[in-house]
Design a protein around this ligand. Sequence first.
Ligand SMILES: Cc1cc2nc3c(=O)[nH]c(=O)nc-3n(C[C@H](O)[C@H](O)[C@H](O)COP(=O)(O)OP(=O)(O)OC[C@H]3O[C@@H](n4cnc5c(N)ncnc54)[C@H](O)[C@@H]3O)c2cc1C
Length: 323
Amino acid sequence: MVATNAGGIEAFRNGVMRHLILGLEVVLADGSVISDLKKVTKANEGYDVKQLFIGSEGTLGMITKISLSLVPLQEPSNTALISCLSASKAISLFRHLRNHRNLTLLSIEAMWPDYIHTVAKAVSLTNLLKFEQDPDAIYVLVDFCESQKQTDNTLSYFESTLVDLIESEIVTNAIISKNQKERDDMWRIREDSFAVDDLYPHGFWFDMSVPLENLAAYADGLEKRLQRIHGDIRLFLFAHLGDGNFHATITTGYPMLELKDDIHAAVYDGLAEWGGSFSAEHGIGTDKRESLNAYVPEVNRQLMETIKRALDPKNIMNPGKVL
Ligand SMILES: Cc1cc2nc3c(=O)[nH]c(=O)nc-3n(C[C@H](O)[C@H](O)[C@H](O)COP(=O)(O)OP(=O)(O)OC[C@H]3O[C@@H](n4cnc5c(N)ncnc54)[C@H](O)[C@@H]3O)c2cc1C
């Protein structure tokens, strides 16, 4: 997890691995050991070299010890599936729940229509989506807990917030899970994303991030850009909404290698200018080396090469990955 700088569903509130690591012990390619197992957040002692190894995908050294800052586990008290009629409304929903004084938002995942209807059908859970009739609705899955009960209202804080959001037309409809089985079913639709690849193979996977203020414009524009490339292209899209991290499968269901460059250009269009990333969680490996060459400025890549040569001159640490 350190070598991949793993993130995921709770990253919007706990950070990614990089934010939780206080110290590292690393064995370098020549056998020497860097030991910096601090237990404090504040340590300004020159270059913070441990940061080089976090997310380096095994290409710079072998991580052997970690000093980690832990956060208490918070079990969700409930789960809800909420529909919104646009990406910008989904973002407003996130901001409302995130800033609510008496609610703790634990996770918030958004699923665009083609994704959610395809997966729900594949796992025989379409009945869960019937609370919303609009085929273009975006569904937002949230886990939350309430820090205290509302005393002067029969509704819980979450329920009365939903009522407010429905009245102000940010949210269209919502269901709150009644039991563990319903919670598991809601999460299954989000997590069985591989159903898409089984039904529509030969797709390209993407893992991009955009700042929240640009998320709606990006998501709305992407579908249009893809349609201009080829009418058969389908976009299966979901997002870790809280940190603007999309996962997309883009596919026609049949081999389409000749469209690869155009699809990459459509996905990456605007990301750098907005301060987003073409690889939010999944790193580079071998799959995204081409994208790294195309979208990371040359001066940055040269610095990466310099660091790699200095730490691993014989190229024995996970050779061929990243660079
Ligand atoms: C680049 C990348 C990003 C990922 N991001 C996420 C994410 O954000 N969220 C998520 O849930 N899952 C993510 N994954 C899935 C990931 O496989 C798991 O999160 C987890 O890191 C895998 O642990 P593992 O011990 O099986 O490592 P492996 O799959 O064995 O290794 C993963 C990578 O880490 C390197 N590595 C492993 N051990 C060490 C070590 N001791 N020292 C140095 N390098 C080492 C390997 O060379 C390899 O590049 C990611 C995977 C990769 C490759």
